[in-house]
Design a protein around this ligand. Structure first.
Ligand SMILES: NC(=O)c1ccc[n+]([C@@H]2O[C@H](COP(=O)([O-])OP(=O)(O)OC[C@H]3O[C@@H](n4cnc5c(N)ncnc54)[C@H](O)[C@@H]3O)[C@@H](O)[C@H]2O)c1
Length: 276
C-alpha cells in the first residue's frame, strides 16, 4: 500500500517505535497522522512535531486496554481526516518474572499487549471491509516468535499477538485487508520506564537485565531504524517485519529442532546469568 495520501493511526505514538512511525508516516506524505497514547501530553508533542514539519497531525489520549477509548480514537480520526487506511496497533508494555508475577500485572499486560489488538480489529475491520481495503500493523516482538528470557508475561502475550495477526491475515487477506506483524529485537525506547508507570510504579525489575541482554545479542537498533523497516514493509505488504534479520534464522532453527533450540536457550540464559 502507498503511504502517501493515506490516513493513519498509531497507538503508543508518544514514544519509541510509535513516535518514530508517526513521524515517518508524516514525512512519507500521509494525508493525516493520528498520534494516540495514554500519555496524552506526549502524543500532543509528537502531533505538534508533525504539524511543524508541514503535515497534518492529531493527538488523541487513548488507553488501548479500553474498547471505548479505541472506538473514540477511530471516531476522532474520521471526524478530523476521514477513515484510516492504516492502523499501527503498537502500544505495549513489559512485565518481568514468571508465573509468580502478580495477577494484576498478568491482567494488565494481557489487556495492553493482546486485548488492545482485538479492540482495534473490532473497531476498524467493519469499515475497512466495507471500503474493500485497510492495513493493520500489529507490533509484537521477536519474543513473540522465540521467547523472552526473564519475562513469561511478555513472551506469552507477544506470541498471542503474533497468533492474532496471522489469524487476521488468513481470514481477511482475500477481502482487501493487509496485515503485518512487526517483530524486532532490542531497540532504544522508554519501554521499561513507561511499563513501570503503567503498572503503578512497582513491577519487580529483577531479571530484566537477562532479558535485555538476550534481546541485545544482535545489536540494539534505534526506534527510527525499526520504524523504517515497518514503513518500508507497507510498500511490499510483507506480513512479517524483522528489523533484525537474524530472527528468521532463529525461528527456523526453533521449528527444525525444538529440543535443540530449548537446550540452546537454557545455555544462553546460564551464560547471561554468569555475566550479570
Ligand atoms: N524496545 C524494544 O526493545 C522492543 C522490542 C520488541 C518489541 N517492542 C514493542 O514495541 C512497541 C513499542 O514499545 P517501545 O519499545 O517503543 O516503548 P515505549 O515505552 O517507548 O513506547 C510505548 C508507548 O506505549 C504507550 N502505552 C503504554 N501503555 C499504553 C496504554 N494502555 N494505552 C495507550 N498507550 C500506552 C506508552 O505511553 C509509550 O508512549 C511495544 O509493543 C513493545 O512491546 C519493543
Amino acid at each position: 500500500m502507498e503511504i502517501a495520501g493515506r490516513v493513519a493511526i498509531v497507538t503508543g505514538g508518544a514514544s519509541g517505535a510509535g513516535r518514530a512511525i508517526a513521524l515517518g508516516l508524516a514525512s512519507r506524505g500521509a494525508a493525516g497522522v493520528v498520534v494516540s497514547d495514554v500519555d496524552a501530553d506526549g502524543a500532543e508533542q509528537v502531533a505538534a512535531e508533525i504539524e511543524k514539519a508541514g503535515a497534518r497531525g492529531l493527538a488523541v489520549g487513548t488507553d488501548v486496554s479500553r474498547q471505548e477509548d479505541i472506538n473514540d480514537l477511530v471516531m476522532q480520526c474520521e471526524a478530523a481526516f476521514g477513515p484510516a487506511s492504516l492502523f499501527f496497533s503498537n502500544a505495549g508494555i513489559i512485565v518481568v518474572g514468571g508465573p509468580e508475577a502478580a495477577d494484576e500485572a498478568w491482567s494488565k499486560i494481557w489487556a495492553v499487549n493482546v486485548q488492545s489488538h482485538i479492540y482495534v480489529s473490532r473497531a476498524v475491520l467493519p469499515g475497512m471491509l466495507a471500503r474493500g481495503e485497510g492495513y493493520l500493523v500489529i507490533t509484537a516482538s521477536a519474543a513473540g516468535l522465540l521467547t523472552q528470557l526473564g519475562s513469561a508475561p511478555y513472551a506469552v502475550t507477544k506470541h498471542a499477538a503474533v497468533a492474532l495477526a496471522e489469524w487476521l491475515s488468513i481470514t481477511y487477506g482475500d477481502r482487501g485487508i493487509r496485515v503485518s506483524c512487526l517483530c524486532p529485537q532490542a531497540f532504544t525506547s522508554n519501554l521499561l520506564s513507561t511499563s513501570v508507570r503503567e503498572l503503578g510504579g512497582a513491577p519487580p525489575l529483577a531479571g530484566a537485565s537477562g532479558g535485555s541482554a538476550q534481546a541485545a545479542v544482535d545489536g540494539v537498533l534505534t526506534a527510527e531504524q525499526v520504524a523504517k523497516s515497518a514503513l518500508d514493509a507497507i510498500g511490499t505488504e510483507q506480513f512479517l517485519i524483522l528489523p533484525h534479520p537474524e530472527v528468521a534464522t532463529y525461528e527456523r532453527r526453533r521449528a527444525d529442532d525444538r529440543e535443540r533450540w530449548l537446550r540452546g536457550m537454557r545455555r544462553m540464559q546460564a551464560r547471561l546469568a554468569d555475566q550479570a
